[in-house]
Design a protein. Sequence first.
Length: 496
Amino acid sequence: MDRKKIIGIDLGTSSVKTIIMNQSGKIESVASNEYGINIPKPGFAEQDPNDWYLSAIKTIKTALNESGATSDQIEGIGLSGQMHGLVCLDGSGKILRPAIIWADQRSSAQVKRVYESLGFEKMSKWTGNPLSTGFMLASWLWIVENEPDIAQRTTCLLLPKDYLRYKLTGLFGSEPSDASSTSMFDIHDRVWSQKLLDSMGIDKKLLPKIYNSESVSGGLSQLAANDTGLLSGTPVIFGGADQAMQAIGRGVINPGSLSCAISTGGTLITTINNPYYDPGLRIHCMCHALPNKWYLMAATLSAGLSLRWLRDSIIKTMSYNEIADLASNSEDTFGLLFLPHLIGERTPYMDPNSKAAFYGLTPNHHLGHMARSVMEGVVYSLRLGMEVFDDLGIPINRIIASGGGTRHPFWLELMSNIFGRIIEVSDMPDASAVGAAMLAGVGTGLFSDIQKAYQPDKLSSKQLIKPNPEKVEKYSQEFLRFKSFYPAVRNLGSQR
């Protein structure tokens, strides 16, 4: 029996997931707890950080109970979290307002002014990344302009998972993989960009100190120990951004492998050995949670969110699997296209004001055609990210599918045929929490390095989805139509 165990916690957009992994790399239990996104105004997206902590407590207790693990067996806790968001705290650590999360679109004016002030070249040189709405920099500038009382009382800005770690340990801090998602971080030197901060009038004292992702941040506080049932002093690792953690969990550790994830949003991630930025700022370059590694990320904002919108707003009576069945059984969309820009879009357009749209509707179209066009539109959007990687000469030797997009075979069929590539599918759930646990194992000495921690035979089984040549040709032609969709409609919103 493996007595030593580690906990991995992933603070996601829709839920907290907690796993317990033993020292042999086997997952012994998984627990999750859902919460919602508050939308007080159109374009706003907020969450109560207290919900994150309460969900973490609940899932830790459930995971312990289901695995039969005792508190003295837990060697450490690793953290993963949704990126970009902003938590404002005062001098006593009190939350001053709801967290502004990555899906928030309110700061488009601030993004525009940053680019007017600095230009693309300085942003690229200082941070290596484009700035988007929902990023900490843009959200903070919005607060400074629109909530000056909150701004004046704020003494610390934290990312979501860094707030959760603060609640668990009482200590402030961050690490490179999440900090690089703020647009205030120098990805080359792995420090806060003083030039960027000075240009925006931001006091560096507002930002936490940076530590290595695998470092121990501190021990579990007595209060958190009482809440969770764990031992006071249990080591808590700094952890990393959810995309870096899911890449680790999927084994996307070395260049050449690509993670394709369809969850609330959609991402393409590949590891690189040196920092690199796209001169067109169409994709993101982030610090990895691994030493001397970085990763490139293409992002589609409304991936699974598009299917959720279709279910909640139009179909209403079906589950996701039933909708995917409906889409698959429709065989064709007969010219119907869907642009999945429900909350704007990142790769390759970086346009927070873009809107979603159907094109080609006729009286002969039904819900099945709409469902199929939504799912196809999401994967077409991800293919745009693949084209950026190709344009930059980034080698991709294997594609690993993950997220909710692995739960129905039609998603996988679409990926393979629209990309024209073999798709490797792992049935391992909750990759971000797994990555967090693996990194915690390295940080506490349970594993000697991340290569030893990654044991795919114990974590998952794999299958290969091969493209159908006839469908690849058909989708290639439809993709050309899809590429012309956004340029044709992008100015309609500004004409209102």
